[in-house]
Design a protein around this ligand. Structure first.
Ligand SMILES: NC(=O)c1ccc[n+]([C@@H]2O[C@H](COP(=O)([O-])OP(=O)(O)OC[C@H]3O[C@@H](n4cnc5c(N)ncnc54)[C@H](OP(=O)(O)O)[C@@H]3O)[C@@H](O)[C@H]2O)c1
Length: 258
C-alpha cells in the first residue's frame, strides 16, 4: 500500500478518469473525498470505496464556484483533519470554431478547466504549506501541448493549466509539495463519447469511423483507458515521485513527443 493513511480530494471523481483515479488512490490505502456535480455518480464511487474497507466522502461541488469549493475542503477537514493529495480532474469540453464561439462559452471553458483548478489548488495549498507536505495533480490534456481545431477555448484553458502547474511547482519547491500535470490523449469516457457523437453528426460518418479517426491521432492508434491515467496519478502521489515537480506527463500513445 503506497498511500496508506493518506487523504485525497478528487474533483470530477464520479465518473470517467476521475472515478478511476479515486478508486486507484483508495486501492493504495488512501481515504478519498469524491467531488462533482452529480450526487448519484459520487455515491456510486464512494460506495465502492467503502465496500473495499476504505473511507470515502461524496461531496457535491462546482469547482468554478469558490463557496462550493470551500465547503468541499471544509468537509474533508472535518472528516480527516489534513489533506495530502488534490487531483484537479473536473473538466468540460466544447466543440466550436473560435470565430463562432460565444464569449460566454469561452468564459465557461476557462472557469471550469482553469479557474476551477486554481480555486481548488489555492484551497489545497493553504492546508499543505503549513504541513510542508502535499501533492497536487492536474489532469490537463494533449490540448495543453498543441492547438486543436474546434477546441480552442478548451485548449487555451488546458495550456493555462500547465502554466499554473509550473508556477505552483516553483512556489512550493522547497515546501515538500509537488505539483504536476498529466496530459492524456483520447481516453475512454463520456467526454470521448460526446466527441464521437459530434464528429459523427457533423461528418455523417458512422460512430465507429469517428472513433477510429480519433484513435488514429495517436501513433499507437488506440484509445487510452482511464486506469492508465489513474496509475500515473498514484505514482505522482507516492513518496517515490518526490523528486518530480512542474512536469507535464503525456499519456497519449505518442501523440505529442515533447
Ligand atoms: N476523455 C478524454 O479523452 C480526455 C483527454 C484529455 C483530458 N481529459 C481531461 O480529463 C478530465 C476528466 O475527463 P473525463 O474524460 O473523465 O470526462 P467526463 O467523463 O465527461 O467527466 C467529467 C467529470 O468532470 C466533472 N465536472 C465537470 N464540470 C464540473 C464542475 N464545474 N464542477 C465539478 N465537477 C465537474 C463531471 O461531474 P458530473 O459527473 O457531476 O457531471 C465529471 O465527473 C477532464 O479534465 C478532461 O478535460 C479527458
Amino acid at each position: 500500500m503506497r498511500l496508506e493513511g493518506k487523504t485525497a480530494i478528487v474533483t470530477g471523481g464520479g465518473r470517467g478518469i476521475g472515478e478511476a483515479i479515486a478508486l486507484a488512490l483508495a486501492g493504495e490505502g488512501c481515504s478519498v473525498a469524491v467531488a462533482g456535480r452529480t450526487r448519484e455518480y459520487l455515491e456510486k464511487v464512494t460506495g465502492r470505496i467503502q465496500a473495499s474497507g476504505r473511507d470515502a466522502l461524496a461531496v457535491v461541488c462546482d469547482v468554478s464556484d469558490p463557496g462550493s469549493v470551500e465547503e468541499l475542503f471544509a468537509q474533508a477537514d472535518e472528516r480527516w483533519g489534513k489533506l495530502d493529495i488534490l487531483v484537479n480532474n473536473a473538466g468540460q469540453s466544447h466543440s466550436e470554431l473560435l470565430h463562432r464561439l460565444p464569449l460566454d462559452t469561452w468564459k465557461h471553458m476557462l472557469d471550469v478547466n482553469l479557474t476551477g483548478t486554481f480555486i481548488c489548488s489555492q484551497a489545497a495549498l493553504k492546508r499543505m504549506l503549513p504541513r510542508k507536505s502535499g501533492r497536487i495533480i492536474n489532469i490537463a490534456s494533449t490540448a495543453a501541448r498543441i492547438g486543436f481545431r474546434y477546441a480552442g477555448a478548451y485548449a487555451s484553458a488546458k495550456h493555462g493549466v500547465l502554466g499554473l502547474t509550473r508556477s505552483m511547482a516553483l512556489e512550493t519547491a522547497t515546501s515538500g509539495i509537488t505539483v504536476n500535470s498529466i496530459c492524456p490523449g483520447w481516453v475512454e469516457s463520456d467526454m470521448l463519447h460526446q466527441a464521437i457523437q459530434t464528429i459523427s453528426a457533423k461528418t455523417k460518418r458512422p460512430p465507429e469511423e469517428a472513433r477510429q479517426f480519433l484513435a488514429n491521432e495517436s501513433p499507437q492508434k488506440r484509445i487510452i483507458q482511464p486506469e492508465e491515467i489513474a496509475l500515473a496519478a498514484v505514482w505522482l502521489a507516492s513518496e517515490e515521485a518526490r523528486g518530480v515537480t512542474g512536469q507535464a506527463i503525456n499519456i497519449d500513445g505518442g501523440q505529442v513527443m515533447s
